[in-house]
Design a protein around this ligand. Structure first.
Ligand code: DAH
Length: 339
């Protein structure tokens, strides 16, 4: 009998149901007039004297636990059904606000998507960098102005440590880790010691591109960038490349696209030229390849770098760069939902 009672106590402890009729059936089985507790009490007479105390205590424990369980289950189920009764279930539910993607994320995703289709992988590097990866390995001469305190955030205690001023540093990290063919883009945050204005910020985002293989030519660079510009800004977009200078590319160029806002006719965004600059690019300087143990006799490559804020401003006609960082919902809500 002892073990039978213990078994039922276990059953009570484990019983759970959300169905009020099942709970009631359970109550009748254990606590009903002809239930188990009543039965155990009537069998009590036959229990030998020396066991009476223990058995009696156990039957009482079973009774109390069963009562407690049934009451608490009935309470919780009863409350739910009362709540339901007091509410008009035909009313429409309260609206769920759907968030939207930040415009920088929308444009970042678009750009990553376009280059993924061309077989570019994604690589990342640290935001806190050293002089080698940001400047030296990229052929910046000692006296280059970018190495100046006025342009770069350095760590006071150790001038070798700085916040990266461009994502070109990830090019170097990629060349250290991989051997050609390399085809990768590196999106990320960059930092410059600039006064914040409608056109400049001390924190912004860049996407860097790097392609190294045998026989990579300037024509490959141009074709890749033309495809990119048309995919991002529309089929009718035209590009032009102007000679420029970067320490890590030779030759170097800046790329303009035909102004989206005026269709090339001239407006204040393109300063009445019909063209707006969107990125810097060029053929990787043989010195940079050499510095990174890649044979410049065997391999050539191209690189490019663009600012995500600048491209977003052109794509959406946003006039003030600070809007990206202020998190004003009236601004953010204008962009595509996150779905
Ligand atoms: N790192 C340059 C900047 O921050 C952008 C850039 C220009 C990157 C030319 C490149 C490149 O890879 O080839 O202004």
């Amino acid at each position: 009998m002892l073990s039978k009672i213990k078994e039922i106590i276990l059953e009570v402890e484990n019983f759970i149901s959300e169905d009020i009729t099942k709970v009631e059936e359970f109550r009748i089985k254990i606590l009903g007039k002809k239930g188990l507790v009543t039965q155990f009490f009537s069998d009590f007479r036959n229990v030998p004297n020396e066991e009476k105390k223990e058995v009696g205590l156990l039957i009482n424990e079973l009774k109390n636990k069963a009562l407690e369980k049934v009451n608490s289950l009935k309470d919780s189920l009863g409350n739910v059904s009362q709540e339901l009764k007091s509410e008009d279930l035909t009313l429409p539910s309260s609206p769920i606000e759907i968030g939207s993607r930040h415009p920088l994320s929308v444009v970042h995703n678009n750009i990553v998507d376009i280059f993924s289709r061309l077989g570019f992988t994604i690589s990342e590097g640290p935001e806190i960098e050293d002089d080698w990866h940001v400047f030296s390995a990229l052929n910046f001469p000692e006296e280059h102005p970018a190495r100046d305190m006025q342009d770069t955030f350095f760590i006071e205690k150790n001038p070798d440590i700085l916040l990266r001023t461009h994502t070109s540093s990830v090019q170097v990290r990629t060349m250290e880790k991989q051997t050609p063919p390399i085809r990768t883009i590196s999106p990320g945050r960059v930092f410059r010691n600039e006064a914040i204005s409608a056109r400049a910020h001390c924190i912004f985002h860049q996407i860097e591109g790097l392609y190294i293989d045998e026989n990579v030519s300037f024509a490959d660079l141009k074709q890749t960038l033309m495809y990119f510009a048309k995919e991002l800004f529309g089929e009718e977009t035209e590009i032009r490349l102007r000679p420029s200078y970067f320490p890590f590319t030779e030759p170097s160029a800046e790329m303009d696209i035909s102004c989206k806002l005026c269709g090339g006719k001239g407006c204040n965004v393109c300063k009445y030229t019909g063209w707006v600059e969107i990125l810097g690019c060029g053929m990787v300087d043989p010195n940079v390849l050499k510095q990174n143990n890649i044979d410049p006799e065997k391999y050539t490559g191209f690189a490019f770098g663009m600012g995500v804020e600048r491209i977003s401003m052109l794509k959406y006609g946003i006039k003030d760069l600070r809007l990206f960082f202020e998190n004003d919902l009236r601004f953010l809500k204008q962009f595509k939902p996150a779905l």
